[in-house]
Each structure stands twice: as structure tokens, then as C-alpha cells.
Design a binder for this molecule. Sequence first.
Ligand SMILES: Cc1cc2nc3c(=O)[nH]c(=O)nc-3n(C[C@H](O)[C@H](O)[C@H](O)COP(=O)(O)OP(=O)(O)OC[C@H]3O[C@@H](n4cnc5c(N)ncnc54)[C@H](O)[C@@H]3O)c2cc1C
Length: 394
Amino acid sequence: MEHSEILVVGGGNAGISLAARLLRDGAGDVTLVAPQPVHRYKPLLNYVAGGQATMAELERPMADLVPDGCRWVRDAVESVDPAAMTVRTRGGRVLHCSTMVLCPGLVEDWDATPGLHSAYAEGWAASSYVPGSTPTVWPRLTSLRGGSVLFTVPPEPASCGPTALKPLFLACDHWRRTGVLADLQVRLVLPAATATGLTEADRFLEDAFAGLGVEVLRESVVERVDGDLHSVTLSTPTGSRVLGDLDFAHAVPHYRAPRFVADAGLSADRSPGLVDVDPETLRHREHGGVWAIGDAADLATRPSGGALRKQVDVLARNLTAARTGRALKRYDGYTVMPITVSRRTLMLNEVERDGRPSPSVPLIDPFVPRRWQWAFDRYGLPQVYWRRILRGKV
Ligand SMILES: Cc1cc2nc3c(=O)[nH]c(=O)nc-3n(C[C@H](O)[C@H](O)[C@H](O)COP(=O)(O)OP(=O)(O)OC[C@H]3O[C@@H](n4cnc5c(N)ncnc54)[C@H](O)[C@@H]3O)c2cc1C
């Protein structure tokens, strides 16, 4: 059996930046279990779907990103035994560790929406969230001159769900400038009553939806898709509702944590599938050697890459504190939901767990859309991501 001091599961934003940070802090024995050959900077997917970026800009080979000094097991975790502190990989390896950090993100739950997967295969549905389909979104949206189009925000758990509004606003801006917006019926399905649950952000967004003529269907999710009829069935507070004759659906799938988390008894009843950690210390409530951050962790806040900047810092400090018997640091639930509201403006929506504003730039109102924020999100942040965040320097 192979042993490591620290075993990190998942080579996404969380896993790579944490491994890099731990090695920078002097950890000597870090193993990363990550199967995928390519890493994606996911926030740019919305810009691909909105015609402002290409896939080549957001993809890098994993081999270029695994930090120096980190052991990379290029395999997927199949099961975890938290009592024995081991993981078994799909390739049959058993890896033992003293500390385990789970960050496998979320996976698409296609079964939750019958018909959606085949609608993607037929090209009638696509979204920024499913990378294989993302490059098809903007050509489809901009080919529309009239008819009916649907956008959805995915229900929780989802990876920074409100950012699924970016393609909607970028498309509406395009349709308005090209004079076809009035000929299109644009509908938006929201899982909650409002888009973000943040009063000030929602006030602005509601005005923007009204100004663009977007019909908002609230507290609803897509429960079924019929590709032949180009229709979706929504589950709404008043029952099922069918929307037919859609020309295109930017329908984001529902998500869940990988099953090995629940199979190992590491998830809580109240949030099926996510790793049941203390949302402040990031330590598993039952198994003290197990920790989790990122989209797969039950942190009582909206998951986002921005949130990970703080989570990685708190977790890195807490692993040392736990080893030396010092008090653990606390994560305040900071998160961010950047939304482009036109092709050149973006609102950041940076908040703490309770929804209080938490701007990274002091004294800036995080709910006001600004041009420099769009430029930073689109062009600046990807550079910070590749050069600093994934290298454990933030
Ligand atoms: C379309 C989109 C737009 C977004 N926009 C923004 C934004 O504008 N701003 C922002 O802050 N955040 C944004 N996010 C959210 C952000 O990208 C995520 O919060 C972040 O990537 C989460 O990191 P993670 O490491 O937890 O999960 P991921 O980045 O998903 O990484 C998880 C990794 O674990 C791997 N894995 C899965 N199962 C296993 C297994 N069994 N064994 C080993 N490895 C496994 C996966 O292959 C994956 O590489 C967006 C997300 C999406 C999808």
C-alpha cells in the first residue's frame, strides 16, 4: 500500500491550488489524485458561450499544472474508507494517507432531467456548463432571428449557478444591437424566487430582465425535456408547465457530488452527496483526518472559484494548526457571483455567507456593474488564475 502524508482528491481549481499552497508552505509529501489530462478555467466557459472567448484560452494540459514536488496519481478515486484513511482508485491502487482532502467538484446529474442528455446530443440544447457543447452555444444563439429561446439557472448544488446568466445577457445585448431582440421570446427559468438571493443585486437584475423583455419563470426547474417536440416540462410551485416550440435551450443540467462521497458515509442527510464538513473549519464533522473544500463541500455558501481563494488559505493554515494543536481558523463563507449584464459591464456580487457585502477592493459596492470589472473578469483574472492561484500564491 502506498502512503502519503497529505492526499488531495481532485485536480480542479481547489485541488491544484491547495497542493501548490501546501508545498509552498513546506509540506514534503503531497499526492494529487486526478484522472483528467486537461484542466479548464471554468469561468471562461461563460465567455465562450457569450462569444467573447475560445476554448483554447481556458484549457491547459494537467501535466503543466501539477505543482513541482507533488506526486500525481493519474487515476480516479472509486471509493474511500475514512476509518482506514485509504482511497481505492479505478485502476485498483490503494492509497493510504494521514490527511485526506476531498475536492472532486460536482458531476452532471443527467438522470435528474430525462431527455436533456439526448437534447444535447442532438444539438438542440447546449450550455456553458457542459464543455463539449459550449463552443456551439454562441453560433446557435447568434443564428436566431426570431422564435423562442430558453435559459436556465441550475438548482443547488451547482457551481456558481447565477453565472449562467452571463450568456443570457451577452446574447440579449447582441440581439438588441442587431435589431432582433423584439422578435425573440426570451425566457429564463430560476430555481428560486430571484436570480441571486441578494437584494441589491436582484433589484438591478430584475430591472435588466424587464428592460430586455425577458420573461422570468420563478421557483421552477426543468424536470423533463422532449427533444422531438423541442419542449421542456418545468416543475413550478403550481404544478407542471410545458414550454413548447423552443428554438434553442441553454438548459444547464442539474448537479450532484460524485457518488463515492455518500457511499463512504461522508455526506450529511440534509444535503445529499456533499462532504459533511464544518463550514467554518472545513474539517469533516466525524472523521478528523478528512477535510473538504470547493464545490463538493457542504459549506453553506454558494460555491465559486473566488470562494476557493479564501478556502485554500484557511485549509492550509488549519492542516498545520491541527498537526501542532493550535486553534483552527474560520472561513467566513466569502463567495462571488460575477454576472455580465451587458457585453462590457459586470457586477461582482461578492458576499459573506450571510449575504453581507464583502468587496475585495475596499469601499467598492460589489453590486454595481462596471466596465473595469468586466475587463478584469474576462482578461485579468484568467492570468491571475494560471500564474498565481494555481501556483498557491494567492
Ligand atoms: C460554467 C461555469 C462558470 C463559472 N464561473 C465562475 C465565475 O465566474 N467565478 C467564480 O468564482 N467561479 C465560477 N465558477 C465556479 C468555479 O469554476 C468552481 O467553483 C471551481 O472550479 C470549483 O473547483 P473544484 O476544484 O471544487 O471543482 P472542479 O474545478 O470541478 O474540479 C474537480 C476535479 O475533481 C475531479 N474528480 C471528479 N471525480 C473524481 C474522482 N472520483 N477522483 C479524482 N478526481 C475526481 C474532476 O475531474 C475535476 O477535475 C464557474 C463554474 C462553471 C461550471
